[in-house]
Write a protein that binds this ligand. Structure first.
Ligand code: GLU
Length: 439
């Protein structure tokens, strides 16, 4: 039986979870899930001065929101714990002893240096190909400190020990660690162990080609829920930062991403972060929801905007499903339904005021609406009113839209009429007529 795949995400909790970290986690997670393997979350929190509990929690909640569950780590089982480096000092000391026993470390000013083998080290990265660092000349590759004079161990050492202890088969991480890997291979060889396979993924750039930093727009994962993104859309978007399928498709539910993901599909060149595309993808995911699921997803945004959703809310939400890119846009898009009467967007009112036939047409429409036997097909009255006035139904649509919603654009008129009902529709039309007449 082949060794089961084990991958990990090994964040240092020094800030919030950012898109680059989330992508590393996602690729490792996808690779594990695709191969029926295990995904481990290991927190690299040895830098006590910089690590905060808040940052740790931001990582957990960010991963959970994205749906990237871990098989071993914080609040999960696992035989290789503890999964916080700050709790693994004994393990590091034990492995350090091996280096001492084989004479591969020596003391230097209270610190301990690891003696590199003076030879070229070539790694075969699954994404970047062959990378060689030549250690022959000690003047440009001096022996590295692995244990500081205060007894603490450096990143390279604990990172390597943990990958061995936790039986990683594949290390998938950012390209910023590519040049560290030959050092890691030196350590692994000295410890008499077999290295995992490595895959280093290219950097993420801003749209203008500068390196994306933690402060750039879209960098913080916790801002995505606030802005009204669906987790599935963010996962989809992040997957496309550095990975592409063999064809041109772009819209993937999570299950399909797992099916299609491969390390061969990871691009060699840096990816560009495109905010507009993230919104477009979110919209595509929103459109795929059933109207009911859309309404449920939108509800918290509506509530936190202080709107009181009526029992008509499912229909109200459904009417704007095709109109928004982000769930946070829903409250503004539906606000006009929920207030008493109409409040005009000044530009819409101005446009309507320039339409001389509007007051008369709207007034006779109100009369026709009142005369309808029921409210099953108000559109018929629109056509009849326009024809009777020698106008085209289209000429009445715009005034009616402004009258009902106060805006120049928005949901389908049929939906608005149905949701507002006869009385409220007539009230808004009459309000509009008198506003126009008094203007
Ligand atoms: N703690 C390291 C980082 O956040 C992890 C490096 C690795 O994945 O090996 O950059």
């Amino acid at each position: 039986m082949p060794t089961p795949v084990r991958t990990r995400f090994a964040p240092s909790p020094t800030g919030y979870l950012h898109v680059g970290g989330a992508r590393t986690a996602l690729f490792s997670w996808l690779f594990a899930r695709k191969n029926g393997g295990q995904f481990i979350l290991r927190v690299e929190d040895t830098d006590e001065a910089r690590n905060t509990e808040e940052a740790r929690n931001a990582i957990f909640s960010g991963l959970r929101w994205l749906g990237l569950d871990w098989d071993e780590g914080h609040e999960a089982d696992g035989d290789c714990g503890p999964y916080f480096q700050s709790e693994r000092q004994d393990i590091y000391t034990r492995w350090f002893q091996k280096l001492q026993d084989t004479g591969r470390v020596y003391e230097d000013d209270g610190a301990w240096r690891f003696r590199f083998e003076r030879k070229p080290i070539t790694m075969h990265d699954l994404v970047c190909g062959e990378v060689t660092i030549d250690y022959t000349d000690a003047s440009n590759t001096p022996d590295m400190v692995v244990r500081r004079s205060d007894g603490s161990f450096v990143f390279h050492f604990v990172n390597v020990v943990d990958d061995l202890e936790m039986k990683m088969t594949h290390v998938i991480r950012g390209e910023d660690h590519l040049m560290n890997t030959p050092k890691h291979l030196q350590l692994i060889e000295a410890l008499g162990e077999t290295p995992p396979a490595y895959a280093h993924i290219p950097l993420i750039m801003n749209a203008d080609g500068s390196k994306m930093s933690k402060r750039d727009k879209g960098a913080a994962v916790h801002e995505y829920p606030e802005r009204g993104f669906l987790p599935a859309a963010v996962v989809n978007f992040i997957a496309l930062l550095g990975w592409s399928p063999k064809d041109d498709s772009e819209l993937f539910p999570l299950s399909e991403l797992i099916d299609r993901f491969s390390l061969e599909g990871i691009n060699r060149s840096p990816s560009r972060f495109d905010w507009d595309k993230s919104m477009w993808l979110n919209q595509q995911h929103l459109l795929k929801l059933t109207p009911q699921a859309f309404a449920e997803a939108a509800l918290p945004y509506v509530r936190s905007a202080g709107l009181d959703p009526t029992d008509q809310f499912p229909a109200i939400a459904a009417s704007v499903q095709e109109k928004v890119q982000l769930l946070a846009e829903v409250p503004e898009a539906i606000r006009f339904y929920l207030r008493e009467g109409v409040e005009f967007d000044p530009a819409a009112l101005e446009k309507l005021a320039g339409n001389e036939s509007a007051p008369t047409l709207l007034a006779s429409l109100a009369t026709s609406f009142r005369a309808l036997p029921d409210w099953s097909s108000p559109k018929d009255a629109i056509a009849a009113t326009a024809t009777a006035a020698g106008a085209k139904p289209g000429q009445l649509m715009f005034p009616l839209r402004v009258a009902l919603s106060g805006k120049t654009g928005g949901p389908d008129l049929d939906a608005i009429l149905t949701i507002l009902g006869r009385d409220e529709s007539i009230r808004r039309i009459e309000q509009t007529v008198s506003t126009l007449q008094n203007a």
